[in-house]
Structures are given as structure tokens and as C-alpha cells.
Design a protein around this ligand. Sequence first.
Ligand SMILES: *[C@@H]1O[C@H](CO)[C@@H](O)[C@H](O)[C@H]1NC(C)=O
Ligand SMILES: *[C@@H]1O[C@H](CO)[C@@H](O)[C@H](O)[C@H]1NC(C)=O
Ligand SMILES: *[C@@H]1O[C@H](CO)[C@@H](O)[C@H](O)[C@H]1NC(C)=O
Ligand SMILES: *[C@@H]1O[C@H](CO)[C@@H](O)[C@H](O)[C@H]1NC(C)=O
Ligand SMILES: *[C@@H]1O[C@H](CO)[C@@H](O)[C@H](O)[C@H]1NC(C)=O
Ligand SMILES: *[C@@H]1O[C@H](CO)[C@@H](O)[C@H](O)[C@H]1NC(C)=O
Ligand SMILES: *[C@@H]1O[C@H](CO)[C@@H](O)[C@H](O)[C@H]1NC(C)=O
Ligand SMILES: *[C@@H]1O[C@H](CO)[C@@H](O)[C@H](O)[C@H]1NC(C)=O
Ligand SMILES: *[C@@H]1O[C@H](CO)[C@@H](O)[C@H](O)[C@H]1NC(C)=O
Ligand SMILES: *[C@@H]1O[C@H](CO)[C@@H](O)[C@H](O)[C@H]1NC(C)=O
Length: 431
Amino acid sequence: MQYFSVVGLCLLALATAQEVPTLSPVTSVKGKQFNRFVTIWLENTDYDKAAGDPNLKWLATQGITLTNYFGVTHPSMGNYVAAVAGDYFGINHDDYLEIPKNISTIADVLDAGKISWGEYQEDMPYTGYTPFEWVNQQTKANMYVRKHNPLVIFDSVSTNKDRLGLIKNTTVFWEDVKNEKLPQWMFITPNMTSDGHDSSVTVAGKWTRDFLNPLLNNTYFMKDTLVLVTFDENHTYTSQNKVFSILLGGAVDKSLHGTTDDNYYNHYSEISTVCANWGLPTLGRYDVGANVFSLVAKKTGDVVRVNPDLQNTYLNVSYPGPWNHKTWAAHPAPNVSLVINGREVLQSIKDQFKDGGNTYYNGSVEVPSGLVPPVLIKEGGAFNGSHGSNGNGNYSNNNGNNNNKNPANAAGKVTAFMPVVLATVVLGWFL
Ligand SMILES: *[C@@H]1O[C@H](CO)[C@@H](O)[C@H](O)[C@H]1NC(C)=O
Ligand SMILES: *[C@@H]1O[C@H](CO)[C@@H](O)[C@H](O)[C@H]1NC(C)=O
Ligand SMILES: *[C@@H]1O[C@H](CO)[C@@H](O)[C@H](O)[C@H]1NC(C)=O
Ligand SMILES: *[C@@H]1O[C@H](CO)[C@@H](O)[C@H](O)[C@H]1NC(C)=O
Ligand SMILES: *[C@@H]1O[C@H](CO)[C@@H](O)[C@H](O)[C@H]1NC(C)=O
Ligand SMILES: *[C@@H]1O[C@H](CO)[C@@H](O)[C@H](O)[C@H]1NC(C)=O
Ligand SMILES: *[C@@H]1O[C@H](CO)[C@@H](O)[C@H](O)[C@H]1NC(C)=O
Ligand SMILES: *[C@@H]1O[C@H](CO)[C@@H](O)[C@H](O)[C@H]1NC(C)=O
Ligand SMILES: *[C@@H]1O[C@H](CO)[C@@H](O)[C@H](O)[C@H]1NC(C)=O
Ligand SMILES: *[C@@H]1O[C@H](CO)[C@@H](O)[C@H](O)[C@H]1NC(C)=O
């Protein structure tokens, strides 16, 4: 019986996630410091341990080590969401999550700037796959997980074939390299073994060096490319959430190889650096205040600021929010009046939030955490958190609070695929 339900689940998972055409659009918008941004995310390793890994140490000789770069919360998923949305909205879990269509991400900013983007997720079984996970069919070991695929968590991406087609696996990455069809912004997630999650930093370090080694000698890949190798979070929850990070690639001048940059950065810096480089508008969230990597800031005129309380910056626990399982809080409205070095908030976001709402984003370099919660700047307007109104943003009643790890159920699409269940049950009967 167990066997049949497993088959049923697999069929369901396949049925709910339709393969979509793989897309590799190419653009060549010139940036002030780089023309391509690549980030590779590894998992759950303390700074010192990563810094001591021989392969990561070698990679550090090929670029700049960022010695004060922070993850923003625990566990994993909030960090991935933060890096593309400028906030993690209180996420304090790794459960199945669909963030509603109306929550903007870096994809909106890149699209507005006509900058091609994509994600490469190792072992994602095919383009268009949106369920919770995919395991190795022989060993049942974890391979692909949705929680490490930041943009697919957003319905604005996962329900749009033209965007979903840009989220590919690493098989397609190597094809895109060969065909010179890489996007200008990309997020790379190794599988659960390769990224260190189910293994060790030794495995993650070796994977990363093996992955980058041929690319470092590939002139098409390297030309004006900035690569950020980072970790989602530090392993030890009670210490500061500092993670080992390296900037490398053709955009890092040889004279900087083997150097360190001690400025304060966090996952929001990934967004601010990209916006500064291409002169793009912002998301109006924590991305606005985040430091731009100093080698880029030198070209864009951004000021790299000091975190006045770095010693006490932990970023190790989530503040309340619409997708916090413990303490709910209304969806915060972006602060549409923030301007940083001439960059305003994306027009479509300004239009969406013209009636205001509860705002916490003040453009400061410091970001809140569960220990130092967000401070309300302005209350009121359409998204003020009032209970019972349509504007209260309590998505937890819908799909935002779905604990169900069954991808098919979690996707809320079970009924549409009942025939598949029936067929499986009937098949089970006869076998
Ligand atoms: C990460 O955790 C380790 C504990 O093993 C600790 O040594 C390190 O200081 C932590 N945070 C930072 C700031 O790297
Ligand atoms: C990667 O995705 C492509 C496109 O959907 C698919 O054909 C291929 O089998 C996938 N590769 C792996 C290793 O899953
Ligand atoms: C993860 O990818 C590596 C190659 O990068 C592969 O050797 C390994 O088998 C994959 N993990 C699983 C669980 O299949
Ligand atoms: C890449 O080029 C460097 C010299 O710039 C050389 O030392 C190294 O062996 C090359 N690596 C590969 C994988 O070809
Ligand atoms: C976060 O760090 C503080 C300071 O070390 C510690 O008191 C707290 O327990 C940590 N939180 C979690 C969730 O580990
Ligand atoms: C946006 O942030 C600025 C700077 O902190 C603040 O003065 C302003 O009141 C905020 N706007 C809203 C709508 O909250
Ligand atoms: C802005 O917000 C941050 C994070 O909540 C906070 O630490 C800082 O004190 C605030 N700054 C001002 C000027 O209100
Ligand atoms: C919050 O919004 C609701 C409905 O949009 C409104 O009735 C209420 O007066 C607002 N509260 C505040 C404090 O602005
Ligand atoms: C987003 O859409 C949801 C419904 O899916 C709605 O409840 C919520 O108020 C909207 N939030 C914003 C910020 O527009
Ligand atoms: C949001 O939904 C959760 C789960 O149904 C519920 O416990 C909570 O009271 C709701 N909060 C508001 C403000 O409506």
C-alpha cells in the first residue's frame, strides 16, 4: 500500500508541475562596474569553518573575501527570499510557501531594466518544476528543494510561464555557457549534497571550486562578470549570523585578488549592488539601505556606511510577519518615498502603494531581527494590519501558512488532479 501511495505522490507531483519551455533570453545592458552578476549559494556553515576549507581558501585567492557579510535570519528559506525581495516578511520556517503575486521581487526590477535573469538549480528535474522537493530516485537522497530556489516561491514568477522558463537546472547552465546564452543576473543553487546542507563544507568547497574552475578560464563567462560565492546562514544559531563570502570573476581586478573587504554587508547587498550597478530603481524595502559592495560603490558613487552596532548585530531570529508561524504581523508596505543615491522606488511599486500602509523601511544600513524588531515609521493606509479588512494581508489563512510537505497538496491543486489519483489507485488494484 505504501508503495502505491508513493507512486501516487510522484505522479501527482509530476502532474501538478507541468514542464514549461526552457528560455534563455540574452541582453547586454552595460553596468557601471560589471555586466553580469552571478551568485552561488552554499549552506549552513560557520564563517571560520568555511574560511579554513582548502578549496574555498583557494577561491579566495582569486578574489576579495568579505569579512563582515551577514545572513539575515534562520533557517534557510528566509535568507533566500530576502536576497530577491529585500525582506523575508517574518519567515521563520522552511515549509512549503507561496508568496502572493502582488509582492514584488528583483525580477520586477530587472524586467523593468530589460536585464535578462535566470536561476540554475542543480538537479531540478525539469524546467517548470514547482513542488516542494525532488529526491534522487535511486537513493532517495535529497536533491532539489524549493526552499533554496528563491524566485519560484513567488507566485509572480511561478504562475508565469515566461518567467518560470528562466528557472533551469545546471544541465541547462552548461548549455547556456556553450551557446553564449547566459543571462545578466543569475542565482545558482547546488543540490543538497553539493551545497554542504546534507554533507560538509569540504564537499561544498570542492563542488564550488570544480564548478568555477573551468569558468575562471572561460573568457565568455568571465568578461565583466561579478561572482558572489556566499552561504545562506551561519550554522550556530546563537552566534552572529556572519557568513563566508567571496567576490570574484572578471569584474574583480587582479590587483584585488587575495584581499579582504571588512565593510558590513548582508543578503540585501546583493540587491542594492545590482541596482546601483545598472542604475535600477529599488524595491523600497531593506534593499534601499543595504551597502553596495565597495568595489562597485567606487564606480557608482554610493557611500558604504558603517553599521554602528556591528558587535551586537546577530540577525539570528526572525521578527513577526505575514509568514511567521509564531507571531503574525501585517505585510509591511514598501516605503515609496525612499531615494538612495538618486535611485527611486520602482514605479509599479509606487503605484501599488500610493495609499501607503504600515512602513518599517527607513533606508538605514541596520536591519532589524527578532532580537531588535522593526520599528513602525508610519501607520495607516490600505495595508495597516487592521484585522478583518481586505487590506490586512493575513495570508496565513490561505496558502501562506501551509505546513503540508506533500508538494501536490501544498500546491493546493489536488482536486484538479483527482483523476490521476484515481488512476493510480486503480492501477494499484491490478498490480
Ligand atoms: C558562526 O558560528 C561560529 C560557531 O562555530 C562562530 O565561531 C562564529 O563566530 C559565528 N559567527 C560569526 C560572526 O562568524
Ligand atoms: C534539466 O532540465 C532539462 C529541461 O527541462 C531536462 O531535460 C533535463 O533532464 C534536466 N536535467 C536533470 C539532470 O535533471
Ligand atoms: C548532487 O550533485 C552531485 C554532482 O554535482 C552528484 O554527484 C550527486 O549525486 C548529487 N546528489 C544526489 C543526492 O543525487
Ligand atoms: C586556467 O588558467 C591559469 C592561468 O591563467 C592556469 O594556471 C590554469 O591551469 C588554468 N586552468 C584550467 C582549468 O585550464
Ligand atoms: C540569537 O543570539 C542571541 C545572542 O547570542 C541568543 O541569546 C539567542 O538565543 C539567539 N537566538 C537563537 C534563536 O538561537
Ligand atoms: C520613509 O522613510 C523616511 C526615512 O526614514 C521617512 O522619513 C518616511 O516617513 C518614510 N515614509 C513612509 C511612508 O513611511
Ligand atoms: C531604522 O531602522 C533600523 C532597523 O529597524 C533601526 O535599527 C534604526 O534605528 C532606524 N533608524 C532610524 C533613524 O530610525
Ligand atoms: C486601517 O485600515 C482600515 C481599512 O483600510 C481603516 O478602516 C482603519 O481606519 C485604518 N486604521 C488606521 C490606524 O489607519
Ligand atoms: C496581495 O494579495 C492578497 C491576496 O492574494 C491580498 O490579501 C493582499 O492584501 C495583497 N497585498 C498587497 C500588499 O497588495
Ligand atoms: C491570521 O491567521 C491566523 C491563522 O488562521 C490567525 O491565527 C490569526 O489570528 C490571523 N491574524 C489576523 C490579524 O487576522
